[in-house]
Design a protein around this ligand. Structure first.
Ligand code: ZN
Length: 56
């Protein structure tokens, strides 16, 4: 499968985080605690962040 890492920016505080595209747990922003992704069907669904860059 095509797993990737994504650099994302929190919509609430703009903090940038690196997340795994197939993360199977919810990931929270390390600064403000907002939920960034929820697991959905074996991949991370982005809920509170925008993708800045895809890291191959
Ligand atoms: Zn944040």
């Amino acid at each position: 499968m095509n797993a990737k890492f994504l650099k994302v920016s929190c919509r609430d505080c703009s903090n940038e985080s690196i997340i795994f595209s197939r993360a199977t747990t919810a990931i929270a922003c390390g600064v403000c605690g907002a939920t960034l992704t929820n697991p959905a069907g074996g991949k991370a669904q982005l809920v509170g962040c925008n993708v800045v860059e895809t890291l191959e």
